[in-house]
Design a protein around this ligand. Structure first.
Ligand code: SAM
Ligand code: SF4
Length: 334
């Protein structure tokens, strides 16, 4: 076993988020433009390379692996990759294999994901209104996603809904979404919209609905208790005393969470980003392809982690978007 991955701020890196494609069957307005240009397929890591990359990180102490994208389930034969990771779950080296998905392909893949060892998934869902769903995702259709969530729950996958909080868009659905999730026994987490990518005419400050405000709205109706639950990430949780429901808040902007960061991200082309909110990255595809031995890759991983920054610079407080990263979430993987 290799020495564990520790960054310069003494944070142990044990969580890897891997984007397996930049492509998607939706075009969410806060994530992609309608006319996205995708990477040539030859630039993407092959399924075998994705396996080698993850296996190397697992050998260096990564315990949790989250697959994302783009939409991970639109990548051809991606279930082969998931099935390959099962061996690391079986050996105990990997503790959790999970994914973030828009849910469109879940009906087809839920059973195979469960068979591969996936137990929990995050499904992104910003609204329960069909027309609004079509508007925000441009190409997505709500009934397909709801069937996917049904299929996931039917095979025993634990579902968490991630909803991006958007001013003037889903503010009016706060209570209905919470009640819908409680009735279906799925967790619910709200995410603040982040200044990712350059979408031209989108008004990002206008869209920004602070989760502090969202919380206040919930408190008008319910008593909230802060929970100590932590996942090493940006999520913070409260319990609604009247119903017992747990609600999560991911607040990269109004609250800084970097001190406990335990994760790195790999893009579908094999670049490592050690901070979602910074441009700093390093190429791992070159070292991976340069040799059949994993040594050059391991060296490049250690070098990248020794440069992991202390934190990000996102800041909306001065009424202009500071710290903007000119990169799409679908590239780095959300
Ligand atoms: N396609 C999958 C999905 O939608 O779940 C996985 C990739 S997507 C980039 C991951 C998450 O990033 C989604 O929950 C999405 O809502 C979120 N996201 C995308 N752009 C965002 C932005 N500008 N601000 C905040 N969250 C964003
Ligand atoms: Fe696709 Fe997910 Fe981005 Fe929406 S948020 S466009 S589903 S990658």
């Amino acid at each position: 076993m290799n020495a564990p991955l520790i960054d310069p701020f003494a944070r142990a890196i044990n969580y890897l988020r891997l984007s397996v494609t930049d492509r998607c069957d939706f075009r969410c307005v806060y994530c992609m433009s309608e006319t996205m240009t995708f990477l040539p397929k030859k630039d993407l890591l092959t399924l075998e390379e994705l396996d080698r990359m993850c296996s190397t990180f697992i050998g260096m102490g990564v315990k949790k692996l989250r697959i994302t994208g783009g939409e991970p389930l639109v990548r051809r034969d991606i279930l082969k990759f998931f099935k390959g990771m099962t061996r690391h779950l079986d050996s105990g080296d990997l503790e959790e294999l999970t994914l973030t998905t828009n849910g469109s392909q879940l009906e087809k893949h839920a059973a195979d994901l469960y068979a591969a060892g996936v137990r929990r998934i995050n499904v992104s869902l910003d609204t329960l209104d069909e027309d609004k769903f079509a508007k925000i995702t441009r190409w997505g259709r709500l009934p397909q996603v709801l069937r996917g969530i049904d299929a996931a729950q039917a095979v025993g996958l634990k579902v968490k809904i991630n909803a991006v909080a958007l001013k003037g868009f889903n503010e009016d659905e706060l209570f209905t979404m919470a009640a819908w999730c409680a009735a279906r026994d799925v967790d619910l987490t709200f995410i603040e919209v982040m200044p990712m990518g350059d979408l031209g005419n989108e008004d990002r400050i206008g869209q920004f609905w602070s989760l502090k405000d969202l919380r206040k709205t919930l408190e008008n109706q319910f008593t909230l208790t802060d929970l100590p639950d932590r996942t090493g990430g940006p999520a913070r949780y409260v319990r609604i005393e009247e119903t017992g429901q747990r609600i999560g808040f991911i607040t990269p902007l109004s609250h800084n969470f970097c001190e406990s960061c335990n994760r790195v991200r790999i893009t579908c082309t094999g670049e490592i980003y050690t901070c979602l909110g910074q441009e700093g990255h390093a190429d791992l595809r070159g070292p991976l392809r340069s040799s059949e031995s994993n040594s050059p890759l391991e060296e490049a991983i250690r070098a990248a982690i020794s440069n992991k920054p202390k934190g990000h610079d996102f800041d909306y407080s001065r009424q202009k978007v500071d710290g903007q990263v000119n990169r799409h979430m679908s590239h780095t993987g959300g």
